[in-house]
Design a protein around this ligand. Sequence first.
Ligand code: NAD
Ligand code: ZN
Ligand code: ZN
Length: 382
Amino acid sequence: MRAVVYRGPRQVEVTEVPDARIQEPTDAVVRITTTNICGSDLHMYEGRTSVEEGKVLGHENMGVVEEVGPAVTRIKVGDRVSVPFNIACGTCRNCLQGWTSFCTRTNPTDGVDGAAYGYANMGPYDGGQAEYLRVPFAAVNLLELPAGTEHENDFTMLSDIFPTGWHGTVLAGLQPGDDVAVYGAGPVGLMAAHSAMIRGAARVFVVDKEPDRLALAAQIGAVPVDFSRGDPVEQVLDATQGRGTDCGVEAVGYQAHDHSGEEHPELVLDNLVKTVRTTGGIGVVGVYVPEDPGAQDEGAQQGRIGFDYGTFFTKGQQMGTGQAPVMRYNRQLRDLIVAGRATPSFIVSHELGLDEAVHGYDQFDKRVDGWTKVLLRPGQAA
Ligand SMILES: NC(=O)c1ccc[n+]([C@@H]2O[C@H](COP(=O)([O-])OP(=O)(O)OC[C@H]3O[C@@H](n4cnc5c(N)ncnc54)[C@H](O)[C@@H]3O)[C@@H](O)[C@H]2O)c1
Ligand SMILES: [Zn+2]
Ligand SMILES: [Zn+2]
């Protein structure tokens, strides 16, 4: 089958790999109809992780069940499904408590709980930027979707970024009527903003410097804050009579940069501590890693990022972090889509054949104007 394979920094290749197949009785194989490129893939693409050469990429997957193992009864061949990016066993302590992103069983990497498809440090699993995907513990992991092709571009956000954006607002403790600041207007930040509106936020500030992304934030009724035009903290404080927002979401991650493009891994955390009011919550879904081979200083290479913990403490703020437990939210978010109350597809900018993935990675990585979210369609000719 054809798949997108990591070859080295800024090098991916679409090539033939062995077919995905049933390996355990609890597995299923899904024929991929849509698979997205994620900002998380860019950390690997840019050589900023320890991902191995030859890895099949892709953790944002949906499709139709092609084959099931003998122990899979809940899911049937032909079912249309969304595949959460987390690979969960469903029965370990963390899974049972709803923390499927920290499953203690599915990742054999020493000291790491939580597995995912096609991702650095997240276990030996191939990704779904391919024609087919092997799904372990299929009865646990797969979410059924209404048959057909309706809402494809909305449902494809259920595997990761819509639940992740939603989770950011939950970790932040967002309540109806709150003002919230979302840092990052990439796909995850825009999903956090969309989620915050659905969850009843009063005002949603979205901070970035990319005009096309800020325009999308404005389009859904958020207040765009352009950090290339001045300190984003001051802009938000001015708009809130100096009080700050009730809570905030970090949707940027460790490759945060200033308006000149220089990286400062602590910048957004510092800005959030200043932007959010005393006792407010901060939900960090932007990724931070324990090892960053490309970091500028030795501390950051080992994941040690110095942010303003003193002010954070003094303000009595809370912080929640980590990969999103997709299964905690994906059923409800699917039903919001079906009911017409959520339309996460508003971020989709490009729908490409799998063979166009190399171009897609390049343009999305450069944040070329208008490249907000790239979907790949393995069944579609280039
Ligand atoms: N926790 C999870 O489960 C999870 C899931 C998916 C993605 N992620 C992570 O979320 C982050 C965002 O993902 P994405 O797909 O939106 O990525 P992206 O790279 O497309 O978007 C990041 C955005 O942040 C902006 N940015 C950079 N520095 C900034 C700053 N100082 N202030 C404000 N904005 C700034 C960039 O201009 C860009 O638009 C990544 O770190 C990704 O790995 C986490
Ligand atoms: Zn993702
Ligand atoms: Zn588990």
